[in-house]
Design a protein around this ligand. Structure first.
Ligand code: UDP
Length: 475
């Protein structure tokens, strides 16, 4: 029983955080490129980010009014969790998003989509979709490995069987031996029931949903793709890496927020460097380190002797006293380094052939973008499921080396990682035999990733399976 792609209309509803919106827009572009009518639903202040990332793709954007400051207790204009990073604001923000339910249902009634793809942080969306008889698919933006680890930790609670935060345990019922400690597990904001309940509900609603779209490709993690689908019995499709829908420089440059650097100047700087000679350093869309850590990073990068592009997020970047004496003149003047204070066009930079390494906080998007760029990585996990992703890069696909952080430290960083450690880790991924071996493996995976999303590739084909499954549901 077939269904024409053109008969479908898929509504995408990303959680309003940069790291969730961006891959969701990429995903919508994957659908649009296969002839599926695609609509992204968001709130007004997130439209510019989405419109930039949509680019020329034929995707409509519909808006829902974000609840007012009177209703939420949030400041005016706070419609993206990235402007609500303090623990109490995050909770208020999560509560505010619950109020999007009625407006979303109203929109579902108007639009009559065939399917709703909603973020994991909207557990109620499964029920909303069911009201209108349509399937809800969950998009976490994650790959199979972190999904499998999350499921195992949730089910078996191995962290409750150890006597301290530092005692290692093996994640049960998971292919391969994955060792973690309690310190590395995702923590919820202190004493917070809202967050804990949200995660519970997210899990339940996922089990009742039509299935999960993974941002991954089969060849990257076949064992975990099988485990998730066959052993854990979850219905899932791998349609990634979704960032590969950004093909030309213009698309890569306009993905995400407006860059804090002129992209032509950035490309010119990269063009002037030798192949694989630049290390790109970025800790995702939310991390803002304290001054002590920033200083150590600055000295570690300089000490490594490598060319670098270092992205420093606002908050820490407004004043630059934290930089070691004469640092900017030395590294920028000498052409050795480029500091981007604010948003960087990450995919554009990573995929430039001059970039040969990536220091990352291991958000799944960044990790996968590093894979697509074929670069070895220094893994520096901090929050959410990033320790799992770091394990995956270091131990499963073996293209990463850890910077040595052992504990979940949230978005503001914890005890500073010292300059010598950073320097050594950067050298390990940039020079020498080990670096070359990792780079070879990474480049091979990058090639397979490109093929996966092309006609006949594993992700391309799994898209057809998804359409097939949707058509069975529709009949
Ligand atoms: N990103 C970017 N420029 C930046 C910071 C982040 O383009 O300066 C993009 C990055 O390419 C990725 C997303 O934002 O697609 C961040 O997602 P990730 O899962 O890596 O981390 P999060 O920000 O959610 O912690």
């Amino acid at each position: 029983m077939g269904i024409d792609h053109g008969e479908l209309h898929v509504l995408f509803f990303p959680f309003p955080a940069n790291g969730h919106i961006i891959p969701c827009v990429d995903l919508a572009r994957v659908f649009a490129s296969r002839g599926v009518k695609s609509t992204i639903v968001t709130t007004p202040l997130n439209v510019p980010l989405i419109a930039r990332t949509v680019g020329k793709a034929s995707i409509q954007i519909r808006t829902l009014k974000f609840p007012s400051p009177e209703e939420t207790g949030l400041p005016e204009g706070c419609e993206n969790s990235d402007s609500a990073l303090s623990p109490d604001k995050i909770i208020a923000f999560l509560k505010a998003t619950l109020l999007l339910r009625d407006p979303l249902e109203h929109l579902l009634q108007q639009e009559h989509p065939t399917c709703l793809v909603a973020d994991m942080f909207f557990p109620w969306a499964t029920h909303s979709a069911a009201k209108f008889g349509i399937p809800r698919i969950v998009f976490h933006g994650l790959g199979f490995f972190p999904l499998c680890v999350l499921a195992s930790v949730r089910q078996y609670k191995p962290q409750d069987k150890v006597s301290s935060y530092t005692e290692p345990f093996v994640v049960p019922n998971l292919p391969g031996e994955v060792t973690l400690t309690k310190m590395q597990l995702p923590q919820t904001p202190k004493d917070d029931e809202v967050f804990t309940q949200l995660l519970e509900e997210a899990n339940e609603s996922e089990l009742k949903s039509f299935g999960v779209i993974a941002n991954s490709f089969y060849e990257l993690e076949p064992v975990y793709a099988e485990h998730y689908r066959n052993h854990l019995g979850r219905r899932a499709w791998h349609l990634g890496p979704v960032s590969l829908c950004n093909r030309d420089t213009e698309e890569k440059a306009s993905r995400g927020r407006e860059a804090a650097i002129d992209e032509h100047a950035c490309l010119k700087w990269l063009d002037s460097k030798e192949k694989d000679s630049v290390v790109y350093v970025c800790f995702g869309s939310m991390t803002s380190f304290g001054e002590a850590q920033l200083r150590e990073i600055a000295m570690g990068l300089e000490g490594s002797g490598q060319n670098f592009i270092w992205v420093v997020k606002k908050g820490s970047s407004e004043k630059v006293e934290w930089l070691p004496e004469g640092f900017e003149e030395r590294v920028e003047g000498g052409g050795k380094g480029l500091i981007i204070k604010g948003w960087a066009p990450q995919v554009m930079i990573l995929e430039h052939e001059a970039v040969g390494g990536f220091v990352t906080h291991c958000g799944w998007n960044s990790a996968l973008e590093g894979v697509c760029a074929g670069v070895p990585m220094v893994t520096w996990p901090m929050y959410a499921e990033q320790f799992y992703n770091a394990k995956f890069l270091n131990d499963v696909i073996r293209i990463g080396v850890g910077v040595g952080v052992q504990t979940w430290i949230g978005m503001m960083g914890g005890v500073a990682v010292k300059k010598e450690v950073i320097e050594n880790a950067v050298k390990r991924i940039m020079v020498g035999e080990e670096a070359q071996e990792m780079r070879n493996r990474a480049k091979e995976l990058a090639l397979i990733a490109t093929k996966a999303v092309q006609e006949g590739g594993s992700s391309y084909s799994d898209f057809n399976s998804l359409i097939h499954d949707l058509s069975l549901h529709a009949h």
